[in-house]
Design a protein. Structure first.
Length: 129
């Protein structure tokens, strides 16, 4: 799997091992596998996790899982809790669009301030439908 991952990155000219990659980790399988692939491939990574507060204890559980994961992997990590519903209401957005705006803005802030070259986000086929 690591070989396929590296081949894809090289074929698509996405990044090199000299780049610092900020990996968005939700706590789901896709993003955790992506983090592991970047790490096993020798990339320098950091972890960013958004808690949108939309699923109560489940959202907090995901955050706790990602905190423990980042600590075990000894990688820089960034965590933020958002008032997503309030932001959506104030800006006349759907919850999904509000979360997207909050997430992308915060990732870009982390990237600029901390010297990351790229932000990696995992998506599955259902995300692109």
């Amino acid at each position: 799997m690591v070989e396929r991952f590296l081949k894809y990155i090289q074929e698509e000219d996405l990044c090199t091992k000299t780049n610092n990659i900020l990996v968005a980790v939700s706590g789901g399988v896709d993003s955790v596998v992506m983090l592991n692939l970047f790490m096993k491939s020798g990339f320098k990574v950091g972890v960013a996790h958004c808690n949108f507060g939309l699923r109560g204890k489940e959202s907090n559980g995901d955050e706790g899982f990602v905190r423990r994961l980042a600590k075990r992997r000894k990688v820089p990590s960034f965590f933020k809790r958002f008032e997503t519903e309030k932001y959506a209401e104030e800006h006349g957005l759907s919850i999904q669009m509000a979360a997207r705006q909050l997430r992308y803005s915060w990732f870009e802030e982390i990237r600029e301030v901390n010297g990351y070259d790229y932000v990696a986000m995992g998506h599955n086929l259902n995300d692109s439908v």
